[in-house]
Design a binder for this molecule. Structure first.
Ligand SMILES: *Cc1c(COP(=O)(O)O)cnc(C)c1O
Length: 384
């Protein structure tokens, strides 16, 4: 049925709405960490700090900023669809052939491209839980079925359970290490044992968005396993350590035959010029990486000491954020922090009810967070 107003303009066509693919109905728009500007406006606050999206508090590399300025004059040209310079830089840094590299408009686009390449309706995708919500999203868009496998106590991976969840219909299996939102990781020996048993029809995707922050000796690096010939696709990003989240750029290392297939669904100019030149510059800025790493480890110490003093114990992390058991209503805690100008993430929103996730910020930001937490927690603890 079509409803027209007097001029004959179509106001609403129910038939068209009926045509929308049914699998999309389960999808609600991603709810990101609240932007600073929104919180300032909503609560009438002057100073707001955001520790909600695992952004690098150091800010972008100066070299990346210079590269962007230099590229501004050529914005009338289409970007390099093949991302030749960036692939060459990644190839040199990680000793991997350029044919095994794909670049995306953020890892988010990489996840979507992988889903589009492999999933037919009803196909299964095994995902850990809690983990990054985009795995579920990419699967749902293609009318696939996400099979969620809970992490163990302390948010350790249950790789045996993930293996047991694989069926003939499984096409993809996601691992995230260090895992968002828990900061826990997969060891080399665990990953080898796992990959040795995964059926050959399953592509294992290892999301390493935070790997540049990892310091433990036994953290698995997907690139090593890819080079050994294992059936694994490694996904990384410039949004976290490389501090270019606003530009949207991530990449994939995989077998060349798989890259060729994923390339079929890639838009010709999916990654913009500023992102490409900035990524090349950031990749070459070792000093920026070292500064960021050092700030993260001192911030981690500062936050964990402060949390301990307030009676909280945290889950050990290998990333630039940590999660801790609030023993309170985490949504309420999140809200009260927000009203004090601190944006964190409630565990409930991330699949870890009772917990709060906080990004490791600058030392000033960490201190402001701890100060606000102390005030808010004493209020909430009085209630219980
Ligand atoms: C932040 C994050 C990414 C990066 O996504 P982009 O689209 O590259 O910004 C990927 N995976 C996980 C688990 C993340 O937390």
């Amino acid at each position: 049925m079509t409803i027209r107003c007097s001029g004959g303009v179509v106001l609403m066509t129910h038939e068209i709405l009926n045509n929308v693919r049914k699998n999309l109905q389960a999808i609600t728009p991603y709810s990101p960490g609240k932007p600073i500007s929104d919180v300032k406006r909503e609560y009438g606050l002057k100073d707001v700090i955001k520790l909600a999206s695992n952004e690098n508090p150091v800010g972008p590399s100066k070299k990346a900023q210079e590269a962007i300025l230099t590229a501004l004059g050529s914005l009338h040209r289409y970007p390099d669809g093949g991302a030749v310079d960036l692939k060459a830089a990644l190839a040199a840094k990680y000793s991997i052939p350029t044919g095994q590299i794909l670049v995306g408009n953020g890892s988010d686009e990489c996840i979507k491209m992988i889903s589009e390449t492999f999933l037919n309706p009803g196909d299964e995708v095994v995902v850990p839980s809690p983990s990054f919500s985009q795995y579920w999203f990419g699967t749902q868009v293609m009318a696939g079925t996400s099979v969620q496998v809970p992490l163990l106590d302390g948010f350790q991976y249950d790789l045996d359970a993930m293996l047991a969840a694989v069926t003939d219909k499984t096409k993809l299996l996601y691992l995230c290490s260090p895992n968002n939102p828990t900061g826990t990781y997969i060891r080399k020996d665990e990953l080898r044992h796992f990959l040795d048993q995964v059926p050959s029809h399953v592509l294992v995707i290892l999301d390493e968005a935070y790997i540049e922050y990892a310091t433990a000796d036994d953290v698995a690096s997907g690139i090593d396993f890819l080079k050994e010939g294992y059936n694994v696709l490694v996904m990384r990003t410039f949004s976290k350590m490389y501090a270019l989240a606003a530009l949207r750029i991530g990449y994939v290392f995989c077998r060349e035959e798989i890259a060729t297939e994923i390339n079929r669904v890639r838009e010709p100019f999916n990654v913009n010029t500023l992102a490409q030149v900035a990524a090349v510059a950031a990749l070459g800025d070792e000093e920026h990486v070292e500064t960021s790493r050092a700030l993260n480890s001192s911030g981690y110490e500062q936050l964990t000491k402060g949390l301990e003093a307030l009676g909280f114990s945290h889950i050990p992390t290998q990333a630039n954020f940590l999660i801790f058991d609030t023993k309170l209503n985490d949504k309420e805690l999140f809200q009260l922090l927000l009203e004090k100008g601190i944006i964190a993430r409630s565990g409930t929103a991330l699949g870890a009810p009772g917990y709060l996730r906080v990004t490791i910020g600058s030392s000033e930001e960490n201190q402001l967070f701890l100060n606000a937490l102390e005030l808010v927690v004493s209020k909430l603890r009085q209630k219980v």
